[in-house]
Design a protein around this ligand. Structure first.
Ligand code: UGA
Length: 453
């Protein structure tokens, strides 16, 4: 099938690349000319494991191409995926201006019927506004537009594996023809007819994904409801962690036992510095705003968000407790990205930690396997090094802020030698408290006051 992807950000590139990989002919476009120049030159503007080789092979096979001319993409395709950004406005509501502008562009350019699919995360009711914009701006008056919602559940860092091994594919539709068209698009995934670019023939056993056909409004709600629930779960674990600190419990023992109940599940119960990134925090805000706008009180989410913001306060309390005065202390930061396997620092907790430490006069050195360049653009005065041991050199404290696996396997004897004061605050509960104390470190983490000796 001939598909167009409008918006070559993270979601657009992963979606477009994967759709090409499963055999569709994909043409992708974006109104950012600098980004298009990078893509047309065969490079990829973001870091996501497997993305670059996958895009290169799809282009080589002629399944994927990029164009800076949106009209070309619209004319070429029967199905158009809208993957543009919906960033938060001051109020927390989603800014839908990019969706509106794409709708008008499609209406103006389309000469043949199109199925227009919302892939971007949007509040419920966007589908009906999209349909109206397409209809009223439709140039020929007779061009038939159908609208559908097909939310993505891709996690940064594992997005390509998530596309090939989804637990569900949700399609919100207005007519059965759209459901059939979407089923055909995803048939290779539903029927297991693909060669997975991540696991090269050795995919882990997986349950067949559910293909869920819903109304457009339900599909829109499903996306916000999923991300908001994940945020709720994390905040719940974080409050448990505070309780464990006061009452000598160990949050990992508690959440492990709680999560073994299949009604609760083990995932997203990891306590620490809280959730960041451009999805969970922004989607919770947008969902609360949506609920407010229709008179529904979603105070539960407000609380989850408040708990999440307070994680930084909790960390700063620990830093103060140990260092007493922060001014002129040298602090090393392990990890900057909002999570591992990405260079994304949008709403990363590490950024707020940096702001607070700078405000108190700390001297900072930071490292991250992928996110140093992006962070340097925001904080040019920090010292950066790819070498964690250099970050430890002369430091009064090391703060572990992102759960990159490499930081679990450092040579701790060497780190110990490098540091001025052997203090480690592990804001992601990555290290073994007993082992760290045996190495001679002062060590603290979240909610593990009651760690067994
Ligand atoms: C999230 C959702 O997990 C995806 O399903 C969704 O498709 C995506 O948003 C989106 O809307 O596009 P992502 O933002 O990539 O994915 O990140 P997550 O893996 O959800 O992690 C978010 C944050 O929560 C990270 O900062 C992570 O460190 C933190 N986290 C996660 C915890 O603090 N504890 C946990 O137990 C899990």
């Amino acid at each position: 099938m001939k598909l167009a992807v409008i918006g070559c950000g993270y979601v657009g590139l992963v979606t477009g690349g994967c759709l090409a990989e499963i055999g569709h002919e994909v043409i992708a476009t974006d109104n950012d000319s600098a980004k298009m120049a990078v893509l047309e030159a065969g490079r990829v503007p973001i870091y996501e494991p497997t993305l670059e080789p996958m895009l290169a092979s799809a282009r080589k096979a002629g399944q994927l191409r990029f164009t800076a001319d949106p009209a070309e993409a619209i004319h070429a395709a029967d199905v158009i995926f809208i993957c543009v950004g919906t960033p938060p406005r001051e109020t927390g509501a989603a800014d839908l201006s990019a969706i509106d502008s794409v709708a008008r562009m499609i209406a103006n350019e389309a000469r043949t019927p199109k199925l227009v699919i919302e892939k971007s995360t949007v509040p419920a009711q966007t589908g009906s506004n999209l349909k109206r914009a397409l209809t009223v701006y439709g140039r020929s008056g007779g061009t038939l537009f159908r609208v559908a919602s097909n939310p993505e559940f891709l996690r940064e860092g594992t997005a390509i594996g998530d596309f090939f091994h989804p637990d569900r594919i949700v399609v919100g539709i207005e007519d059965s023809a759209s459901a059939e068209q979407l089923r055909e698009i995803y048939a290779p995934i539903l029927e297991g007819r693909f060669s997975c670019p991540v696991h090269s023939g050795k995919c882990p056993p997986a349950v067949k994904p559910e293909f869920l056909v819903t109304t457009i409004a339900s599909a829109e709600l499903i996306k916000h409801a999923s991300n908001s629930f994940l945020g709720l779960k994390i905040s719940y674990a974080n409050v448990l962690s505070d309780l464990c600190e006061k009452l000598d419990g160990n949050v990992e023992e508690v959440t492990r036992a709680v999560g073994l109940d299949p009604r609760i599940g083990p995932h997203f119960l990891k306590a620490g510095l809280g959730f960041g990134g451009f999805c969970l925090p922004k989607d919770i805000q947008a969902f609360m705003h949506l609920a407010d706008s229709v008179g529904v009180d979603f105070g539960l989410l407000r609380e989850a968000e408040r708990v999440n913001r307070q994680r930084i306060d909790r960390l700063m309390e620990k830093v103060h407790h140990f260092l007493w005065v922060i001014k002129d202390k040298q602090i090393g930061l392990l990890g900057l990205a909002f999570k591992p396997f990405t260079d994304d620092i949008r709403l990363a907790p590490a950024l707020e930690v940096i702001r607070r430490l700078i405000a108190e006069g700390a001297r900072l050195r930071a490292t991250d396997p992928e996110a140093m360049e992006r962070t340097r653009a925001l904080f040019p005065d920090i010292a950066y090094s790819a070498d964690p041991y250099e970050v430890a050199r002369g430091a009064d404290a090391l703060l572990l802020l992102t759960e990159w696996p490499a930081y679990k396997k450092l040579d701790w004897a060497r780190v110990h030698k490098e540091m001025a004061r052997r203090l480690i605050i592990d804001a992601r509960n990555q290290l073994d408290p007993l082992e760290m104390r045996l190495h001679g470190f002062e060590y603290d983490s979240f909610g593990r006051a009651g760690s067994r000796a």
